[in-house]
Design a protein around this ligand. Sequence first.
Ligand SMILES: O=C[C@H](O)[C@H](O)[C@H](O)COP(=O)(O)O
Length: 225
Amino acid sequence: MELKELVGLKAAEYIKDGMTVGLGTGSTAYYFVKEIGRRVNEEGLKITGVTTSIQTKELAESLGIPLKSVDEVSCIDITVDGADEISEDFQGIKGGGGALLFEKIVADNSKKVIWIVDESKMVKHLGAFPLPVEVVCYGSIQLFNKFNEKGYNPEFRKTATGDYYLTDEKNNIIDLHLGEILDPKALAEELIHLTGVVEHGLFLDCVDIVLVGTKDGVKVIEAKR
Ligand SMILES: O=C[C@H](O)[C@H](O)[C@H](O)COP(=O)(O)O
């Protein structure tokens, strides 16, 4: 079994009847959502899902998982999501799949957040993975130029056909190729205050449990935040 599938199945064990569950986005979260769908259909599991992207909404709908929007629930019991990088002190980069904005809104409204990754995502410092920054289209070239001046090595995310990538909220993404982020909190603070930046992919002090898929099985790590 693929490591991504292993952690997806393990995460589903945390989900119990009556819960409101944040359904993450990406190729790892896919296995979690599939398993929740299977349990809803085969075991009669009663949950309400809150999705983190149009992609996950379509998947969950196709599996018959009952859904509500984040604004229709009082809070979310557990959110299970993937991550692009997790540092030694459990800070994360997310948004490789472009879903960072909805993912952060859902995570911020969750009592417990679980990230599911394979061991290749566990790093010492964040930054080898390009940091996604979601920006409104108007003025995005000005922001790009600012990032360039700061030496952040920006790159507009493009589609396979060469068009500017658009998020579910119809914003652009600028990926910053930083190499190493030694002070993620300072960077997060700087980015979120730039006019035109909607959100960035630094997910700080956000996760409670990390499930890491290794060749020897799933490692369960309780993160302190
Ligand atoms: O925008 C996408 C999300 O943040 C994903 O959870 C993240 O990119 C990890 O995706 P994957 O499990 O496909 O590596």
